[in-house]
Design a protein around this ligand. Structure first.
Ligand code: NAD
Length: 260
């Protein structure tokens, strides 16, 4: 029997056109899942290569431009997935933005804009999909948190760190509230993963910063998007039914290695 098989499951993934979300979509399709892919902004990342990879794996994809700060957008994709595939079993609330802003410059708008996407976006996706999961007696609520805010800090990213820490409280509460319905809720805290976000020199490390960190990671390398996608495949599977309300740190051991 294939382990971590997702055949017959339907997964909704946000931030699916790039980085961790795109890798997760491909890995889920290879594991047998059909996928509802949210991309943003509408004229931003190209979702077509991800759809092609899903179809090459023999699975089906629907796509929609979804701003996770819009309840209407999120509920629209959940409805579309239910219409197309019959249900939503798995949500990977992965969309996120990082913005470098010192606390002195962090006005209400700057704070709220990150909260809306990184924390409230996950809450909206989970809220919209839980009724479908309850009907199916199978649900996997998965959130992309971060080492920032959970096991370490990140200067000039206090809003980001607070949002990512908030995801941990969110999944722990939902794990308890919905555990009796066959639903689990877990968060993954990636360390440095080579994606458009980490490679952004303004709002994150940039290429040079990523390479500098690589030297300090016990695994001897920076993470790749598939390193997180494979963890999500496990957490989405039947085999992970006893893992609930957890934060899984996936950082190649970086946070165990000290800071120098
Ligand atoms: P990425 O930039 O490729 O992915 C982020 C995705 O979020 C993009 O596809 C973007 O379109 C989407 N997005 C942004 N604003 C949105 C909105 N309003 N509505 C819907 N989607 C929106 O980078 P990534 O590293 O793959 O990021 C995925 C997640 O991983 C993010 O939540 C990020 O914070 C988290 N993360 C990344 C790292 C890393 O080192 N790359 C580390 C820890 C956590």
């Amino acid at each position: 029997m294939l382990m971590f098989d997702l055949t017959g499951r339907v997964a909704l993934i946000t931030g699916a056109a790039s980085g961790i979300g795109a890798a997760t979509a491909r890995i889920f399709a290879e594991a047998g899942a059909d996928v509802a892919l949210a991309f943003y902004p509408p004229d931003g990342h190209d979702i077509r290569p991800v759809v092609a990879a899903v179809e090459a794996a023999g699975r089906r994809a629907i796509t929609a431009p979804v701003d996770v700060s819009s309840t209407a957008d999120v509920e629209g994709l959940v409805r579309a997935a239910e219409n197309e595939f019959g249900a939503v079993h798995i949500v990977v609330a992965n969309a996120g933005i990082a913005r470098t802003v010192s606390l002195a410059d962090l006005d209400d708008e700057a704070w709220n804009s990150v909260m809306e996407v990184d924390l409230h976006g996950a809450w909206r996706c989970f809220r919209a999909a839980i009724p479908s999961m309850q009907r199916e007696k199978y649900g996997r609520l998965l959130a992309t948190s971060s080492v920032a805010g959970t096991v370490s800090g990140w200067p000039e990213h206090s809003h980001y760190a607070a949002a990512k820490a908030g995801l941990v409280g969110l999944v722990k509460s939902l794990a308890v509230e919905f555990g009796g319905d066959g639903i689990t809720a877990n968060a993954v805290a990636p360390g440095v993963i080579r994606t458009p976000q980490s490679l952004d020199p303004v709002n994150s490390l940039g290429p040079a910063g990523v390479e500098a960190v690589a030297k300090k990671i016990p695994a001897g390398r920076v993470g790749e998007p598939c390193d997180i996608g494979y963890v999500y495949r496990f957490l989405a599977s039947q085999e992970a039914s006893y893992v609930n309300g957890q934060l899984l740190v996936v950082d190649g051991g970086r946070n165990l290695a000290g800071l120098d």
